[in-house]
Design a protein around this ligand. Structure first.
Ligand code: UVW
Length: 319
């Protein structure tokens, strides 16, 4: 029972990898699984035509955006509005038109977002074996841009762990194992199929908006999926293209022993699984539970930010 002190030690030299699977120049990884057949399966799962958007609001002045420690909530500043005319700070145009403009300052991963595949790494290499030096200044390989240019469309499946545990939300540090995922799928009477986009609900982000509690930011330890070799093998065998959750980090924030975010390394860096984080899944989950249909068309178009480590997105689900 050796306690790993580094990610490299935890995952080991034979950690499963999809490097090279889609060529030496690939920058979108497991999203390659989302071919035309998967898109048609997604479309075929639409029955009621109802739409759910999964993004949290950006820049609410009354409730700071939930962000990872070290990041700051977005700040929106109005740079033009009627006030400028009232205060005489803007000359009155001769044709009488007035207008509003805003600017926004935010972390590219400071809201619901797609991570670039080169967002997180260990051992000097990012996704597909590109050198860590390719991240200096901007991500010249596997930035979020190729994901944004591609777009993400496929069949999604929601695994509602919070509901299965009879809770509004999991607690800090509460774990989800592979067996838990499979058990909840069984309880929901569904099968997770190969190449499904996997959405996991913990209720965590929903609880922030429900309670509006500043304690949310204390004692940082989000609930979520916990690393195990079986879990990583399962993701690889199932060809899961995209993991979507309602937590900021998509996994238990600290692995027992203190390692931070090993699944970012095992799934994103090694297998090329796209990460969509910080979603609001509560209304989608209520709708799925109401008619016991947990599969749907999932679409997402992150913003095309050149060289960025992530980009805000408002995923749209159609049931
Ligand atoms: C970190 O980068 C720490 O987290 P995330 O991938 O959740 O943005």
């Amino acid at each position: 029972n050796v306690i790993a002190t580094t990610i490299n030690e935890l995952l080991g030299p034979n950690a499963p990898k999809n490097w090279g699977k889609w060529g030496e120049q690939d920058e979108v990884g497991s999203l390659n699984y989302l071919d035309a057949a998967q898109i048609l399966k997604g479309i075929a799962s639409v029955q009621s035509g109802e739409v759910h958007t999964l993004q949290v609001p950006i820049g609410d002045p009354d409730l700071p955006d939930p962000v990872w420690p070290g990041r700051e909530p977005a700040v929106r500043t109005p740079v033009m509005d009627e006030g400028y005319f009232i205060r005489g700070e803007e000359e009155e145009p001769s044709d009488g038109h007035h207008w509003a403009d805003d600017k926004i300052e935010m972390f590219t991963q400071g809201s619901t977002q797609y991570d670039a595949l080169a967002h997180y790494w260990y051992d000097g290499k990012v996704w597909n074996g590109y050198p860590a030096e390719s991240t200096v200044g901007e991500l010249s390989k596997a930035s979020v841009l190729p994901i944004a240019e591609r777009g993400v469309v496929g069949r999604g499946v929601l695994i509602d762990v919070a509901r299965a545990r009879g809770k509004d939300a999991l607690q800090r540090g509460e774990t989800i194992t592979l067996q838990d995922l499979l058990d909840v799928a069984k309880l929901q009477n569904i099968e997770i199929s190969n190449r499904d986009i996997l959405l996991i609900r913990t209720g965590w982000i929903g609880s922030y908006y429900r309670t509006q509690s500043s304690e949310f930011f204390d004692d940082w330890n989000e609930p979520g999926l916990i690393y195990s070799p079986e879990l990583v093998d399962w993701f690889q065998e199932m060809e899961i293209p995209n993991l979507v959750t309602d937590t900021i980090a998509n996994e238990l924030s600290f692995y027992p022993g203190g390692l931070q975010l090993p699944l970012h390394c095992a799934l994103m860096r090694n297998l090329g699984v796209a990460f969509t984080e910080l979603c609001q899944l509560d209304s989608l989950a209520d709708a799925c539970a109401a008619d016991n249909r947990w599969k749907f068309l999932y679409t997402a178009a992150p913003l095309k930010i050149v060289g960025a480590s992530g980009a805000p997105v408002n995923p749209v689900v159609i049931r």
